[in-house]
Design a protein around this ligand. Structure first.
Ligand SMILES: Nc1nc2c(c(=O)[nH]1)N[C@H]1C(S)=C(S)[C@@H](COP(=O)(O)OP(=O)(O)OC[C@H]3O[C@@H](n4cnc5c(=O)[nH]c(N)nc54)[C@H](O)[C@@H]3O)O[C@H]1N2
Ligand SMILES: Nc1nc2c(c(=O)[nH]1)N[C@H]1C(S)=C(S)[C@@H](COP(=O)(O)OP(=O)(O)OC[C@H]3O[C@@H](n4cnc5c(=O)[nH]c(N)nc54)[C@H](O)[C@@H]3O)O[C@H]1N2
Ligand code: SF4
Ligand SMILES: [Mo]
Length: 862
């Protein structure tokens, strides 16, 4: 069989015209059909290695090509020892992402000035030259006026060409407003990590773990670090690791667990604190770890500040000299107790924590979390049994702490108003048993890489950035505040912004669709001039003034982001295997061209060198670089001079980490022992931040800053009040908790809705449902044939009920990824409910995290 590129393009463009008549799957079928008819000589089969970037897992792939046509996508077996063993259904069907007839193929210009989700933009096709000219003219005007008026927003784009190019562009242009999406993802988890140990990211050491407590990390479905993590978990389970999944809904991950504990939404922090109380009472705590490595011994005053000496050194109570001293050689810090220093009363931070738990009896925890008392006691006993406090193990000649208990989570603990405090509780529990960076515990990534995370926030005002990052509004938001942009754009003065945003460029993000209270997000796009760089006509693209097509992840070059595992890491690239619609530009060359036309190319190039750390292999100013050339520079720099032909042949180089690197270079090296900074059991910087917020409020008369709200959120220790987000306290007429989750056969806001290969997997895949427990359904007269209304304080949604056993009777769950509104999507891709349109947004004021799982709702028959 032979099928030249030109013939394929001809076939696919003819099919495009007919696309609304036939199924999109027929595009791919037609390729095969046509090739049979041409009956040409033998097909040339070849394989190309690359990296999947359909989602955020970046699996190694091996693409089978028949001449220039993609025939199949397989996992790359060579990547398995370092990362992914398999690939997922989305990755397998990724061929459609490229041949998708609904792709945007030409630049488009809006001719209907009225914007809205119900407005037909009345697109006209324009040339690339006209598109570049229009956009760069607009950019030049803004730059001359006030460059801050430009906002660049990306989501998945961060993983396509990486954020280092857009960051260099924004810097050269002069805008601080580059906004990624992490607060709609899991930012609270990162910020809790940063406040505690100076960087973010961790993984359970599943290879050596014996008890895995998973608080709603649904990685058998919403993969992260897949396919390593789910395969490693399955292997560990076969070895005998016990898995307990704690979440309101029986997720795919919970279905594989030994125990599923259906906790009431948002109350995780209460359960964790209740377990901490039990462990402390039973004295199953790792005193050695707490004393040597954390600031659990720091002396805390009644004002919540930590006692320091004149040099700013933290003071502990020295048991030997019976006095307050910095933790230097020869000092024996007391972990527990109350002490008087210079006539003032202090307690160790451990003691403060212990005393704060007095109300958290098993009865209280059970009543609030909905977890039976017996289960709580059982969990504490399991932790005690498995933690092996004090045990060591020799690996490769190193004597290591052995604590085979890991607590894990992704968005289950973080996608909420008190996300930071929820995960802080998880980290504290692990400090108590000493399972951090221990064999079988959780393994931290780049410990104390940024000591500035231990500093209080200046609580800046007026804010520089449109998303209010690190301002008085979100003082520790170190990952941008994605959902805030829309609100500031609607009312910049309210937040003290000194300029009015004029233009937004969206690169690979359907952000307004993906955040809570989503309809309001779209209103903000009516206020600005919008450019959207997209593959398909999403809802965000529909709000654009100009839409630019892009090359897919199978058609473009990039130094791919990768995922590590506790025991390996790798560097990888993505390379084009085809160009299905002969699109001449991708986001990389779009940025290059715009930088050139705006007159900032030299600064842009310097920024690229700086951001990528290109020292030996820098890009030079005064010449153009293709994406391939740029990637080859980056590859060589990152691999210390490995030939680019290796990248083209293998797509990656991998490395197994030495035992010392895995277990002894993190908290052991950075925090353990006298004279070193300490891991924050107690996060004192938040107390200082609260002071700064207060001062700014008074200085600038900021009426919208509610000090009660900030005091609660900026607490140095998690407490039971963090288990009650706003709607749980005030939406009293809405009896059900409403949560959301991801599904295996869909990716994010739903461009996979167009994918007929995934849709062919069954009717259940094609839409989402209102999941309701059978007992509650019975009471309401609801069954699987019922149409129901879900009503929150934000809005109403009609959908189909699905009655199940695997969810709490007081909780309703509706998945993400469905209910597309795009006027350019076919009906088959618009099924199901857009849950984000009814979710309440009460962002965490510490981290800026969106509150996806905090809404309450009514449920009734339609
Ligand atoms: N197939 C697929 N995989 C994906 C993605 C995708 O779109 N599709 N997206 C990727 C991205 S960007 C991310 S960030 C990850 C996210 O990965 P995860 O965080 O693992 O997945 P989510 O479904 O977002 O949320 C996790 C779980 O939290 C539970 N949950 C809700 N409320 C609570 C609560 O109060 N307490 C507890 N304990 N649990 C609760 C939900 O039932 C859900 O199962 O997935 C990634 N992988
Ligand atoms: N209800 C609910 N809401 C959620 C979540 C949830 O679990 N439940 N999860 C949240 C999470 S974890 C996240 S990370 C956010 C994600 O929120 P978004 O950033 O909006 O996520 P995506 O849908 O991945 O947006 C990426 C867009 O990039 C486009 N795209 C894909 N490939 C390319 C390409 O090669 N080039 C270009 N130019 N575009 C491309 C896709 O078509 C898509 O429209 O959503 C959040 N929202
Ligand atoms: S998990 Fe993500 S990166 Fe891996 S194959 Fe699936 S879609 Fe691709
Ligand atoms: Mo995410």
């Amino acid at each position: 069989m032979s099928f030249t590129r030109r013939e394929f393009i001809k076939t696919s463009t003819t099919l495009l015209a007919a696309v609304k008549l036939v199924t999109p799957l027929s595009v791919i079928a037609a390729v095969a059909e046509k090739s049979k008819k041409t009956g040409a000589s033998k097909a040339k089969i070849r394989y190309l290695k690359s990296t999947c970037a359909h989602c955020v897992n970046f699996c190694g792939i091996n693409v089978q090509m028949e001449n220039d046509v993609i025939r199949a996508i397989y996992p790359d077996p060579e990547r398995a020892p370092y990362y992914n063993v398999g690939i997922c259904p989305k990755g397998v069907s990724g061929v459609f992402n490229t041949y998708n007839p609904y792709r945007i193929k030409k630049p488009l210009k809006r001719t209907n000035p009225k914007k809205g989700l119900d407005q037909d933009p009345k697109w006209i096709e324009i040339s690339w030259d006209e598109a570049f000219k229009t956009i760069s003219d607009k950019l030049k005007k803004i730059r001359a006026d006030d460059p801050r008026k430009l906002i660049w927003q990306h989501g998945h784009g961060k993983y396509l060409i990486g954020d280092k190019f857009p960051k260099a562009f924004a810097k050269a242009f002069g805008t601080p407003n580059l906004v990624h999406r992490t607060t709609t993802c899991e930012a609270a988890r990162h910020v809790a990590d940063e406040l505690t140990w100076g960087y973010h990211g961790f993984l359970p050491d599943v290879d050596n773990c014996n008890l895995l407590l998973n608080f709603g990390g649904n990685y058998f479905e919403a993969e992260q670090f897949a396919r390593w993590l789910d395969h490693a978990t399955t292997d560990a389970k076969e070895r005998g690791m016990k898995i307990v999944v704690i979440e309101p809904r029986l997720s795919s991950t919970a279905s594989k667990a030994d125990e599923w504990i259906p906790i009431r939404p948002a109350r995780d922090v209460i359960l964790i604190l209740g377990l901490a109380k039990l462990l402390i009472e039973q004295n199953t705590i790792d005193e050695e770890f707490l004393t040597s490595t954390t600031n659990a011994t720091a002396l805390v005053g009644a004002d919540e500040f930590v006692l320091k000496d004149a040099k700013g050194e933290l003071l502990v109570w020295d048991e030997k000299s019976k006095s307050a001293k910095p933790f230097t050689e020869g000092v024996t810090p007391a972990l527990k107790g109350s002490y008087t220093v210079n006539g003032k009363a202090y307690k160790t931070s451990f003691q403060v924590f212990k005393d704060s738990l007095k109300d958290l009896t098993p009865a209280y925890v059970s009543e609030t979390t909905g977890v039976p008392e017996k289960k709580i006691l059982w969990l504490a006993a399991e932790i005690t049994k498995h933690a092996k406090i004090g045990a060591t193990v020799i690996v490769d000649g190193h004597k290591l702490r052995y604590r085979p208990v890991a607590i894990h989570t992704f968005r289950g603990l973080s996608a909420k108003e008190f996300g930071v405090q929820n995960w802080r509780a998880g980290l504290i529990l692990q400090m108590l048993i000493g399972s951090i960076d221990a064999v079988g515990g959780i393994n931290l990534h780049s410990v104390y890489k940024k000591p500035q995370y231990f500093e209080p926030s200046k609580a800046e005002y007026p804010p520089q950035r449109v998303d209010l990052q690190e301002s008085v509004f979100f003082p520790h938001a170190t990952h941008n505040v994605a959902q805030q942009v829309a609100q500031t754009v609607m009312n910049p003065k309210k937040y003290g912004l000194e300029y009015t945003p004029e233009m937004q460029i969206f690169y690979a993000t359907n952000r307004p669709f993906s955040t809570s209270d989503a309809v309001k997000q779209f209103e903000s796009l009516e206020k600005t001039y919008n450019v959207v760089i997209e593959l398909v006509m999403t809802e965000t693209a529909q709000m654009a003034d100009i839409v630019l097509p892009d090359l897919s992840y199978l058609e473009s070059w990039h130094l791919s982001p990768t995922r590590y595992t506790p025991h390996s890491k790798h560097t990888a690239i993505r390379q084009p295997v085809t160009n299905a619609y002969q699109i001449p530009h991708d986001a990389y060359s779009i940025l290059w061209e715009l930088a050139k036309r705006v007159g900032i190319l030299d600064d842009y190039v310097k920024g690229i060198n700086k951001n990528w750390g290109l020292k030996k292999y820098p890009l030079k100013t005064g010449q153009d670089y293709s994406a391939e050339q740029a990637v080859s520079h980056i590859w060589q720099e990152k691999t210390k001079g490995k030939s680019f032909s290796v990248a083209k042949a293998k797509a990656f180089v991998g490395k197994h980490l030495e035992t010392k690197k895995v277990y002894l270079s993190g908290v052991e090296a950075k925090f353990k022992g006298a004279g070193k900074p300490k891991m924050n059991f107690y996060v004192e910087q938040l107390v200082h931040t609260l002071e700064n917020v207060k001062q700014q409020k008074e200085k600038y008369h900021l009426r919208d800053i509610n000090m009660g709200q900030y005091k609660l959120a900026l607490s140095p220790l998690p407490k039971k009040e963090h288990g009650f987000p706003v709607p749980h306290r005030v939406a009293l007429k809405h009896p059900f908790y409403l949560i959301t989750y991801k599904r295996m056969f869909r990716n994010q806001s739903g461009n996979t809705a167009l994918n007929p290969i995934l849709n062919a997997l069954g009717a259940d895949v094609q839409e989402n449902y209102v999941l309701i427990n059978s007992q509650s359904a019975k009471k309401l007269g609801i069954d699987n044939s019922s149409e129901v209304i879900v009503e929150t304080r934000v809005g109403k949604l009609k959908g189909k009920a699905k009655v199940i056993e695997g969810i709490r009777p007081d909780t309703i769950a509706i998945s993400y990824h469905y209910g597309q509104q795009s006027l350019d999507f076919p009906e088959y891709a618009k099924k199901g409910m857009w849950v984000n349109s009814i979710l309440e947004n009460h962002s965490d004021v510490v981290s800026g995290m969106e509150s996806f799982n905090d809404s309450k709702c009514k449920l009734y028959k339609a």
